[in-house]
Structure formats: structure tokens, C-alpha cells
Design a protein around this ligand. Structure first.
Ligand code: SF4
Ligand code: SF4
Length: 342
């Protein structure tokens, strides 16, 4: 497999990386075996997060003897320095390593989060200290909000940016890539298959292969999925006119109800965290049921306060029918809980 330079980190990683969410659905040994299989097939870039259940220990266990041949990336949702440093230590232990190549601030998707991590006493400070101490190699961030991501790139403080980039979320090409390139940042495409909502992997990867400095990190939970995804990299192809027509069709069909988690609709006067409510469908597909239910509990409780005022719908740049989607997601959550006996 070809290698891609991950921006100014200078690290060469496999052009297809590994996203660490779906292995949380596998038992420990299965997950370890799958991660090892990915390495055997040429994948050398593994991305996970503190927040992804037991993903870190599974990846750590699978790769501990291959440590010098792989690039490990993880992230923390913690915003303060002391807490972030504790998370770094925890990640080191769980990943069974003495250094993490890339440590990212997770989900910097609004100004408040960006300010918090960069303020004195914020998480950024701890990551710089961890880098100085050799515990981490480089600092990056992930975001679902393009404006905030561009702002964070422009600070010049980060070596990488991780953003959803796929058939139905194409805006990073125009809005983010030029800025990231200007700052020589590595660009990591999360959710290259729309978080499991897009099933035309040929079109999804064909679309992303136009950007040869972008590293997609699909989540994979079986050897079959690994093989299928790799197949698009062993024989890459440019999208034909017919493919582009198909792409536009998918974009308009799926995109009409697809939440980009960008948070432009916030705040809600009733305190509903809209993106977290709308995220449940994807979480239910990608996490173990009990974990998905736990993740949905708090946002769904708040969603019950929704008075259908429509303020969020007016603010959504994608013109989504947000109150309807909230109701739909609440119903789905209730049914899912019943189905799994909770
Ligand atoms: S419709 Fe519901 S979620 Fe949207 S702003 Fe109004 S109360 Fe909040
Ligand atoms: S509902 Fe619209 S504005 Fe709100 S997070 Fe989703 S895509 Fe963004």
C-alpha cells in the first residue's frame, strides 16, 4: 500500500488508516486478531480515542510487539490541563506504549471548546508538556464544525486536523484543505463511509482518492470489510461521469436527513444537545448496544424537553427538518432500548 506523509509530523502512514470505533462491538480476542490482520494487510495508521470504550486496550494489545512499525493516534474529550494529562497517562497504559505518535483534542466543534483548550490551564498546555516529555509526538485536533476547524488550523498550533469528509460531507475540500495545506497539516478523513450510512464504498473511496494527501480512517469490524476496503486501494479508479451522477443522487437522498454534527443549530432554548440526539442512529450501528444506550441516555432525556419551536431548524445550514428528526431519533432510541431489554 502507498504511504502518505501526515503533514508536518513528517510521519509516513498507509494511505488507508483504521478507525477504532467498531472494534468496540467485538470481543477482546476477535478485536486483537482483526487489528493484527489490518497490519498484515499493510495498514500502519491506527486511530482511537479515550471515549471509544475498550478500543484503546484492544489496539494496544494487538500492536504492542509491532510498536515501531505503526503510527498510533488517540484523542481526549477532556478540556482542562490536569484532566488531559491524566488521560494521556491512561492512554499510554491502555495502548501499552511509552509514546503516542499523535494526540488529538477530540471534537473541537464550537468556539467555547476551542477557547477552553487553548486558555491558560487548558488541555493544550498539558499536551505541549506531554510532548516535551516525549510522551506524545505531535498534537492534532478533531472537529465536526468547518468554521471552527479552519480557525483552529489558522492558530498554527496543530500538526493535524481530523474532520468528517465523505460523499455527503464534501465541503472540507473547498473550505478546509487549502488552509490545512497552507499550514502543512496532515488531514485525516473520519467517517469516509458516512459513519456507516453510505454503502457504496467504491464511490466513497473513489471520491476521497482525488485528495492524495488525505488519509481516510474507516472503522472496520470484520476481515471481509478490511479486504473490501483494501480492494479499492489496490486498484484505485477515478470516478466516471456516471459515478458522479450517482454520487449526487446519494448526496441529495441521504443528505436531506443527515446531521453533520456541526452545532450551528445550538444553543437550543430548552437545552437540547441536538447533534447528540441525532447521532444516535449512527452510534446504534457502530457501538455495542449497551454502550450506545448509555451514550444516548443523557441527550435523549434532554430531548424530551423539546417543545418543537423550530429555532434549530431555522439555524441549520443544511435545512434539515430538525424537530422531526429529533422525534424520530427519540422513537428510535426508545425502541432500541426495548429491543435490548433496557
Ligand atoms: S425545536 Fe426543540 S430542539 Fe429545536 S430549538 Fe426548539 S426546543 Fe430546541
Ligand atoms: S441539525 Fe443541522 S445545524 Fe444542527 S448539528 Fe445537525 S447539521 Fe448541524
Amino acid at each position: 500500500m502507498k504511504s502518505v506523509r501526515l503533514g508536518k509530523t513528517g510521519i509516513l502512514v498507509s494511505e488507508l488508516g483504521f478507525g477504532g470505533i467498531p472494534i468496540t462491538r467485538l470481543d477482546f480476542n476477535e478485536a486483537v486478531s482483526l487489528v493484527g490482520y489490518c497490519f498484515d494487510q499493510g495498514i500502519t495508521f491506527f486511530d482511537t480515542a479515550n471515549a471509544y470504550g475498550d478500543s484503546e486496550p484492544k489496539i494496544g494489545s494487538a500492536l504492542q510487539d509491532l510498536r515501531d512499525q505503526v503510527t498510533l493516534a488517540t484523542k481526549t474529550l477532556v478540556r482542562d490541563a490536569a484532566g488531559a494529562m491524566r488521560q494521556v497517562e491512561k492512554s499510554l497504559e491502555r495502548l501499552r506504549t511509552d509514546h503516542i505518535d499523535l494526540y488529538q483534542l477530540h471534537n473541537i466543534s464550537n468556539q467555547e471548546a476551542l477557547d477552553k483548550v487553548l486558555d491558560s490551564g487548558g488541555a493544550y498546555e498539558a499536551l505541549v508538556q506531554a510532548r516535551d516529555e516525549g510522551k506524545i509526538g505531535h498534537l492534532g485536533f478533531s472537529s465536526h464544525n468547518l468554521d471552527i476547524a479552519v480557525r483552529a488550523c489558522r492558530t498554527g498550533l496543530f500538526a493535524t486536523v481530523q474532520i468528517p469528509f465523505n460523499l455527503i460531507e464534501q465541503d472540507p475540500a473547498e473550505k478546509l484543505l487549502p488552509v490545512a495545506r497552507q499550514h502543512d497539516m496532515g488531514v485525516i478523513a473520519m467517517k469516509p463511509l458516512g459513519g456507516g450510512l453510505l454503502n457504496r464504498a467504491d464511490l466513497c473511496f473513489g471520491f476521497l482518492q482525488q485528495y492524495d494527501d488525505v488519509v481516510p480512517i474507516p472503522g472496520m469490524e470484520s476481515r471481509r470489510e478490511v479486504e473490501q476496503n483494501l480492494q479499492y486501494y489496490s486498484a484505485p479508479r477515478a470516478l466516471s461521469q456516471q459515478d458522479w451522477t450517482e454520487t449526487e443522487k446519494i448526496r441529495s437522498e441521504v443528505g436531506a436527513r443527515f446531521c453533520h454534527r456541526c452545532q450551528y443549530c445550538q444553543p437550543c432554548p430548552e437545552g437540547v444537545e441536538i447533534w447528540r440526539v441525532l447521532l444516535f442512529k449512527a452510534q446504534a450501528k457502530r457501538f455495542p448496544p449497551e454502550m450506545a444506550i448509555k451514550m444516548g441516555m443523557e441527550p435523549m432525556k434532554m430531548a424530551e424537553n423539546c417543545v418543537q419551536c423550530g429555532e434549530c431548524e431555522a439555524k441549520c445550514p443544511y435545512e434539515l427538518p430538525v424537530p422531526d428528526l429529533i422525534n424520530e431519533s427519540l422513537d428510535h432510541y426508545r425502541q432500541f432500548c426495548e429491543q435490548h431489554g433496557q
